[in-house]
Write a protein that binds this ligand. Structure first.
Ligand code: AMP
Length: 403
């Protein structure tokens, strides 16, 4: 059993770093997934008879208020999520309208067993992102146990996500249930992968995914490359890619990656063909083309039928799958087939016993859009953090707990 699950929190004040950075427009919460994801951790503590102090950031108040003087702190306030949080927890949640004021300290001090207090946005203070020790120490004084359940910010060495952990003894700092699940899923793929291990990398730009591909060259047996980033590879190979996305300054690197993969015996799978369009629009005219011969003025916006078949064949025989980034402009119906087909293949492989992890903002939206989220092994909530983990970096939020 995990440290968190086997702990008994009765009589303790538990300070939890959560990620409540949910989309809010006109004071209405769009997608409350991140709030829901923290509920199990909070409930375990209050059911044990502990009390909970929650801290989170929301948006970028200091930077945004500098850019747009019409914005005020109220536009970034976590008070806007109190009622939704109370509803999901089934109990009232107290709120402190500053995270390090005397009022916040008093409210934390007077918190009774089973009660929950939410602190105002940590990023009202520049000290949070700077990882200031005094600020972290002040926050630490509110609780006697520190739980980090904010995987989405685990790649940041901020006061509340990393620096704070040093003020708690090793047995008084731990991951929450969400963070634990994220870390376990990521470790399963990176360190305990059963082979064949296929990494599917897509999305717009090669430059965003270079480090992840390089690191996966040491781990994966197969790497599938799709989406806009594939065209830089085809141009580097001497192909004609028309008006498709391309980063000319990355062509040399694309060739280097292919050479490294060859030397290591890793199979790189590029899409043979594309659905091409005469403009970047939902109502564009479309055709099928080989990726070495895309006509001038046309752009590849999805992988084609041959690529779908080839990629599916690789995916369905895999035992471990990591998926980051869509195969095409899946937001438009005409260009969603490739991403949908790949999602279906990941689902099939999972049903046949593979471990599949989907991570990174847009592939997560894609599996949600196609209704496959509960048919893969794990869907990560942490876009940037997951990416950095798979780039082989040490995440400060994880290191701070593990010591
Ligand atoms: P990323 O954030 O780098 O994972 O990229 C995701 C975005 O890439 C999505 O919004 C897709 O619409 C876009 N995308 C995927 N394939 C293509 C393509 N062939 N051309 C242009 N954009 C693409």
């Amino acid at each position: 059993m995990s440290v968190f699950a086997s702990s008994h929190f009765g009589g303790h004040k538990v300070l939890i770093r959560v990620d409540f950075n949910v989309p809010i427009k006109n004071d209405v919460i769009g997608d409350d997934t991140r709030i829901r994801a923290a509920i199990a951790t909070i409930k375990k503590i209050i059911n044990d008879g502990g009390s909970v102090i929650l801290m989170s950031h929301w948006g970028r108040p200091i930077k945004d208020m500098e850019k747009k003087p019409e914005l005020t702190k109220a536009d970034f306030s976590l008070s806007r999520i109190v009622s939704q949080l109370s509803e999901l927890l089934g109990q009232a949640v107290q709120f402190a309208d500053d995270c390090i004021s005397d009022e916040a300290a008093d409210k934390a001090k007077n918190l009774q067993a089973g009660e929950v207090l939410l602190l105002e946005n940590l990023r009202y203070y520049k000290e949070e992102e700077k990882g200031n020790e005094d600020f972290a120490k002040k926050l630490a004084s509110y609780g006697d146990i520190y739980v980090n359940d904010a995987f989405g910010t685990a790649h940041r060495a901020h006061a509340s996500t990393a620096v704070i952990a040093q003020y708690f003894a090793a047995d008084k700092r731990m991951f929450g249930l969400l963070m634990e699940a994220e870390v376990n899923a990521a470790e399963q793929v990176l360190h305990k992968a059963e082979k064949p291990f296929t990494a599917i990398v897509g999305g717009a730009k090669v430059s965003d995914k270079i480090l992840i591909i390089e690191n996966l060259l040491h781990k994966a047996t197969d790497i599938i490359i799709g989406g806009g980033m594939a065209y830089t590879f085809f141009k580097a190979l001497g192909g004609k890619i028309g008006a498709s996305l391309c980063e000319d300054d990355r062509m040399e690197l694309a060739n280097e990656l292919l050479a490294k993969a060859k030397a290591k015996g890793v199979n790189i799978h590029l899409p043979i063909d594309s659905i091409i369009a005469d403009k970047f629009a939902a109502d564009a005219n479309t055709a099928l083309a080989n990726n070495m011969e895309i006509p001038d003025g046309w752009m590849g916006l999805d992988i084609g039928a041959t690529a779908c078949t080839a990629f599916s064949e690789v995916i369905t025989r895999s035992k471990t799958i990591l998926w980051n980034g869509p195969m095409g402009v899946f937001e438009m119906e005409k260009f969603q087939n490739g991403t949908k087909t790949i999602a279906e293949s990941v689902v099939t492989a999972t049903a046949n016993g593979a471990f599949s992890l989907v991570g990174g903002g847009d592939s997560v939206s894609a599996v949600n859009k196609f209704g496959f989220a509960d048919k893969v092994s794990y869907v990560s909530t942490g876009g940037g953090a997951m990416l950095e983990y798979f780039e082989g970096k040490v995440l400060p939020g994880i290191a701070a707990i593990k010591g």
